[in-house]
Design a protein around this ligand. Sequence first.
Ligand SMILES: C[S@@+](CC[C@H](N)C(=O)[O-])C[C@H]1O[C@@H](n2cnc3c(N)ncnc32)[C@H](O)[C@@H]1O
Length: 281
Amino acid sequence: MQEEELTPAAIRAIKAVKRLTGVDASVYKPNLIERRLRVRAADNKCGSIESYVDRLETDETLGRSEAELIVASLSVPVSGFFRDPWIFDSLEKAVYPDLFINQKTLAARRGANIWSLGCSRGQEAYSLAVSMFRYKEAVGSSAKISIFATDVDANALKIAESGHYLERSLSGIPKSFLRQYFEKSSEGGWDVDRKIRKLVRFKQSNAFDFSSHPKDVDLILCRNMLIYLTVQAQEALLKALWDDLRPGGFLVLGSSETILGKTGRLFASVASMRNAYQKPA
Ligand SMILES: C[S@@+](CC[C@H](N)C(=O)[O-])C[C@H]1O[C@@H](n2cnc3c(N)ncnc32)[C@H](O)[C@@H]1O
């Protein structure tokens, strides 16, 4: 599929953002960038993206904070607990046995190293932690669970790290899980229980800083982030994720995402699970 092209003004904005923040915004789809620039231009009462970019390039005081706002606006922190619930059922059937039961895999011996990439406000990482904790207890495994969760959005990570959520954001959680794995907070809302929190470690990190990626990972969840990236950036990231997995490790994408281009030859599909791929052992 032919991707839209960036306008000259958007190309200039991307250069300015790179100079002011170090972030390469060209990985995001042109129409997302254009939409966000239009909003920033309107907020700054500029009549066009061109005049907004003129100010971005020349106004020293405005430049840096605006560049940071552009970067923040490109991250879309929409998420939820147990988003696409079938994913968690499929993980139990297709992936967890390999991590917790099969003694031939490294994970069962040294513990399961999991990475939630683009974890937003932590809902995905905590959902995984609950689901793995329950599975591990059910099969009586002693394998350690270690979930590393990263996102580029510092504000989203503040909520993730607090482990505190408002009642309305917990609608995806089965009632019985809420009682077992969350505590009602005296301030209102709910706190993730300590036994679940200690399984997850959060860190701010840009997915395109490949040198910061964890290595020898058993399972990567990278869901609903690729859709915002250009095809070229998706391919580069997928290749890097292949490098980060241990042989036999799993990659799970969002329900409308798929491996593409040359990466299609690197991964094998997981027969019993949609949107799941495996690095050959
Ligand atoms: C739509 S949310 C998906 C959250 C979660 N994975 C889910 O499926 O519910 C996309 C997340 O990707 C993050 N993101 C976008 N670009 C990123 C980048 N370059 N590095 C790391 N995270 C990024 C955003 O900040 C946002 O929190």
